[in-house]
Ligand binder design. Structure first.
Ligand code: ATP
Ligand code: MG
Length: 396
């Protein structure tokens, strides 16, 4: 079995091998290649110690961010590639024990520390696939199974509980019964995992193709990340695979403030928080069914947030047909809905005698609203006439 390696990876493997070290592609990139999916990134694992890698890659652009854990990032063909020394995870990542890293000269030890059999695969063009835990068989059977004893693996690092759900959701694989039982019974351990790590995995989980199924199966796990979570009425699959809108659906029954408190605790990024609160605060807002009404709404919200709102309300069972229809017509026909599209700009108004400053901005926004509402045509002469006419400016 041959895997086609990207140009960024080949010279890195070549350099390490020429220096006498073992090196393999490992984890997600091998899994995704075997599944015919495009890997997000390519990770390498090697027998070279960090300082030996630094010698091998002297003169290359090297980022030493993960060096403490044995990882260096080498920029190759403009791509950052992470290379990690074979290691065994010494410590328990449960907050009680300090995290430690022990290097090992054996690939087999490194594969044994990995979370799931489908992620414990390595590959090099010389050896082909290295598969110590029947990961290839599990890929064929389409199942997420912990490497080794699932209880011990979740005790070592409870993040793996959410990762199991994440891979099930993204790959559309069921979770092996013993692994599923262990993750349910160990779910309380999630309370000790850092919010940032949980949030990263949760975002990937909700964006997976079978997120609905997985979350319906394990609501009690999600409830440890999101207080008062209930899967009732949740429909993720009609939504775009973007974290903000999908997180909003997870919390569709929450008030914007409740949802924001959850996101704050999860240390969510600002963009996600903004999207979620914006969608929830308009969850029940009746949508206009006229062209002018939708023009006004797109002018207020912007195209993408309005698209998100329509998708969100639609997934919750609201009638969004006319609103979607008008939005597409407005965009296709180039209706004016923002200042950049208005037939006059600040210079035009200055030339027409309107003084610079606040009044100018207000007049522009007033004209835009008149056009958006269909009260004035988007024509320069008409707009200038309206702008300079007595009593027009600032009128509601
Ligand atoms: P993605 O396509 O999302 O990047 P991935 O499998 O590469 O998926 P990463 O989170 O990038 O996932 O991790 C890379 C590899 O490191 C995994 O495939 C797995 O072998 C190992 N790994 C990552 N996190 C853990 C963990 N918490 N416990 C054990 N192994 C892990
Ligand atoms: Mg990865």
């Amino acid at each position: 079995m041959q895997i086609r390696l990207p140009e960024s990876v080949k010279p890195l493997m070549g350099r390490l091998e020429a220096a006498g070290f073992e090196v393999f592609c490992v984890g997600g990139c091998v899994r995704d290649s075997l599944l015919g999916r495009k890997p997000d990134d390519w990770d390498l694992t090697t027998s070279a110690l960090p300082q030996q890698m630094e010698t091998v890659f002297a003169g290359w652009r090297v980022l030493a961010t993960g060096r403490r854990h044995g990882t260096i990032t080498v920029v190759s063909d403009s791509q950052p590639v992470e290379i990690t020394t074979f290691r065994v995870d010494g410590g328990y990542r449960d907050g009680r024990h300090p995290e430690q890293v022990t290097f090992t000269p054996h690939l087999a030890d490194d594969l044994a520390r990995r979370d799931f059999t489908v992620n414990a695969l390595a590959y090099s063009p010389h050896t082909g696939i290295v598969d110590r835990f029947d990961g290839v068989g599990d890929l064929r059977r389409r199942v997420i199974r912990a490497v080794g004893n699932p209880c011990l693996r979740f005790e070592e690092d409870a993040l793996r509980i959410v990762r199991a759900l994440r891979f099930a959701s993204v790959l559309g694989f069921p979770i092996d019964p013993a692994t599923a039982e262990a993750l349910r019974s160990h779910r309380q351990l999630l309370e000790k995992v850092s919010a940032e790590r949980l949030f990263t995995e949760l975002c990937k989980l909700v964006c997976g193709e079978t997120a609905d199924t997985v979350i319906q199966q394990f609501p009690e796990v999600i409830a440890l990340l999101i207080d008062h979570f209930s899967p009732d009425g949740m429909r993720l699959h009609p939504l775009p695979a973007l974290p903000g809108i999908r997180l909003a659906m997870l919390m569709h029954a929450f008030s914007p403030a409740q949802a924001d408190a959850v996101l704050l605790r999860l240390k969510a990024d600002r963009a996600a928080r903004r999207t979620v609160t914006a969608l929830l605060s308009r969850r029940d807002q009746p949508l206009p069914s006229s062209r002018a009404g939708i023009r006004q709404l797109v002018s207020e919200l912007g195209v993408q947030p309005l698209r998100d709102l329509l998708a969100f309300q639609g997934a919750l069972g609201r009638e969004t047909g006319p609103a979607c229809h008008w939005l597409e017509r407005i965009l296709a026909d180039g209706d004016c809905w923002n200042l950049g599209m208005l037939a006059v700009d600040g210079h035009d108004l200055l030339s027409a005698g309107i003084p610079a400053g606040r009044e100018l901005g207000e007049t522009l926004r007033f004209l835009l609203m008149q056009v958006v509402k269909g009260r004035l045509p988007n024509q320069k002469s008409e707009l200038l006439r309206a702008a300079t006419a007595n009593g027009t400016r600032g009128a509601p």
